[in-house]
Design a protein around this ligand. Structure first.
Ligand code: NDP
Ligand code: KPL
Length: 309
């Protein structure tokens, strides 16, 4: 298949490199120091499932320079989505499909503001991967799964993309109810990211303490109620189920938002607990736990704050 990856970071770099290693024509869009390093040495992905190398020629500096493709994977941080969506308008042809593997529940609304609704598939991914240095992505652990699906009518491309992913060793699923899948990930991620970021500890510490454990549950329960109020068919017991799931994951598991905070990077807070608060306000659902998390972390919203500024 012909695939474009916009954002060659942890997520885009990993999944794109795996698809390229499987023989697909993958073109990455990158920028800044990462672009310069990839143009010089190619992209290196270090993974416990086998390292991957992408040739320098596979990267372009702008969306406008992409060749015609079947599928575009959007893997930039959430604050860049609007800009990327607007630029994609000239690149997305009649048959092209766009799938965002970003976190959050409002990303596809942003894409649909600029692109035809039928061009946008829903998607989520489960992985821990970061840019370790320009030109180098590190995949931590062996988890590397993606789930995607059309919001409306299906096309032959969904089966082709599923097959492309699976044949490259990516654990992939095609969902007939992608909105629910996106929300289910959101409920879990909001709990994981809010608590690991506020406590600055991985899940093992959070779940072992009765009060931070209750916080984890309540943060997820608020996100769940907001989703249900928005009309998503989420199981009423889903927060309890996810809390039980949290007991089964490795104690050292954390979130990309916790990682970003500890690195002094900008976190996706406004699109995680922040979105729960905003949507809760719109839908009349109280979200005090998420509001407190969003307020506590507010000084970090643009990255590590300067002391005394
Ligand atoms: N990392 C992870 O383990 C996981 C992340 N996610 C989600 O995936 C999404 C992507 O996260 P992640 O991979 O960590 O992000 P990264 O910051 O690692 O990668 C994003 C890359 O995209 C680049 N970029 C942004 N805008 C453009 C543009 N217009 N043109 C070219 N390049 C661009 C960024 O450059 P610059 O640095 O200059 O901004 C950066 O190199 C997020 O929504 C995140 O929540 C989901 C699951 C796990
Ligand atoms: C759920 C998890 C940890 C893994 O994909 C994630 O999406 C994130 O940290 O952003």
């Amino acid at each position: 298949m012909r695939i474009a990856v916009v954002g060659a970071g942890g997520v885009g770099g990993y999944f794109g490199a795996r698809l390229a290693a499987g023989g697909h024509e993958v073109t990455f869009v990158a920028r800044g120091a990462h672009l310069r390093a990839v143009r010089e040495h190619g992209l290196l992905v270090r993974s416990p499932l086998g390292d991957l190398r992408v040739p320098a020629a596979s990267v372009v500096p702008a969306i406008a320079e992409l060749p015609p493709v079947d599928v575009v994977i959007v893997a930039v941080k959430l604050w860049d989505t609007e800009d990327v969506a607007a630029q994609l308008r000239d690149v997305v042809g009649a048959g092209t499909r766009v799938v965002s593997l970003q976190n959050g529940v409002r990303k596809d609304d942003v894409l649909r503001r600029h692109l035809p609704a039928e061009a946008v598939w829903g998607g989520v991914c489960y992985i821990s991967a970061v840019i370790e240095e320009p030109g180098v992505v590190v995949h931590r652990g062996e988890l590397q799964k993606l789930v995607f699906g059309p919001y409306g009518e299906d096309s032959h491309l969904t089966a082709e993309f599923l097959d492309a992913c699976r044949s490259c060793g990516i654990e992939a699923d095609l969902s007939p109810d992608i909105e629910r899948v996106v929300w289910e990930k959101f409920v879990f991620l909001v709990g994981l990211s809010a608590t690991t970021s506020a406590v600055r500890q991985p899940i093992g510490v959070i779940r072992a303490d009765s009060r931070s454990r209750e916080l984890l549950h309540d943060v997820m329960a608020e996100a769940l109620e907001v989703g249900r109020a928005a009309g998503v068919k989420l199981d009423p017991g889903f927060a309890d189920e996810r809390l039980a799931f949290c007991d089964t994951v490795p104690a050292g598991m954390s979130s990309s938002m916790h990682h970003d905070l500890t690195q002094g990077n900008r976190p996706e807070l406004p699109w995680l607990s922040g979105s729960v608060v905003d949507l809760g306000r719109e839908l009349g659902i109280p979200t005090p736990r998420n509001r407190t998390i969003a307020d506590i972390l507010a000084p970090y919203e643009l990255g590590r704050p300067e002391a005394g500024s």
